[in-house]
Design a protein around this ligand. Sequence first.
Ligand SMILES: C[S@@+](CC[C@H](N)C(=O)[O-])C[C@H]1O[C@@H](n2cnc3c(N)ncnc32)[C@H](O)[C@@H]1O
Length: 333
Amino acid sequence: MLPPNPHSQPRFTPVQQTDFDALGCKLASISHGYLPPQIKDFNDTNITSLYENYNQLYQEFHAHLKPCLSRRLASKLNTTIAHSLPVMNIGTYLRTVSIDFTIIQYIHQLNNSPFQIVNLGSGTDLRAFHYLPQYANLTKFIDVDYPISLDFKSRAIDGSSYLTSFSTSRYSMVPWDLSKGSLIDILIANGIDVAIPTIFITECVMCYLEDSVANQLIQTIKANFLHGLWISYDPIAYSENDRFIAMMNSNLIELRNLSMPTLLKYNSIDKYSNRWVSVFDNLIAYKILSLWDFYMEKLSNVGKLRLKNLQFLDEIEELKLMQSHYILLSIRW
Ligand SMILES: C[S@@+](CC[C@H](N)C(=O)[O-])C[C@H]1O[C@@H](n2cnc3c(N)ncnc32)[C@H](O)[C@@H]1O
């Protein structure tokens, strides 16, 4: 009998495993038809060109990921896909499109000048493969995550000729623990130019970082990058006794042995955004809104109805409660 191959049975820590939840929710949202978005979903901005290859990208990725998964992880992923509730599927849709919405608005203002994207704590997200073919002026897209997470992601990509065709020299995966210093050096070594406008994405990542690590990250990026956009998506508490967040936190601790260290500390929209606003003294603009606000403001009535009917959602109050507890911050400097 062959000895077990440790490479094929990676041991993910609880925080690294959160990426399987994000991926499972995304695959569920795709399989039920929420993602990709449709033109008629929105009142004004059309972002659908970004999603031309969306289904195929994720289908290929999922198919080539399966052989890399241990039985336990495969079953965990399947459970997430199967049990993702309609409110969660709409949440995944809102999270995905609101980030792309904000990025595209920024890119339009750049008038075809070069720009870069760094996805911090990217996990298995494949945003790079939507953006790179669309924008010739996107000079570099870098995914940063723990070595084990990116090793896993690259094995799935390398297994597919379709996926590898997107992986050009403009794309890099940078295995890195964000709690370690010298992120800038490693980004520069991988082709990032600090003088070019740079979009940083932290999608459900800041909430898992220790306060000092998150604040150091903000300081480092401010100190090194001349211009940019930072988009941060996270859950948010509205008071020290926020029941929704308290339940989320206790579930995480009980089921996963995982906590979100700063969730109750930054327990208002102002406190959350002030972490950036107090550091970026060269701020051009910033906006913070809940995903419920995004749903109400940006989605057309036709779009809302489409989402509602996909799985016959009748719990709109539940959607409101849940999505009010997720925010998107964008800051431009
Ligand atoms: C909830 S997942 C989100 C993944 C992806 N951003 C998305 O939304 O699809 C959180 C990700 O942050 C990564 N992460 C958390 N702490 C990190 C750290 N200190 N260094 C690098 N990555 C980290 C995890 O490995 C995981 O992939």
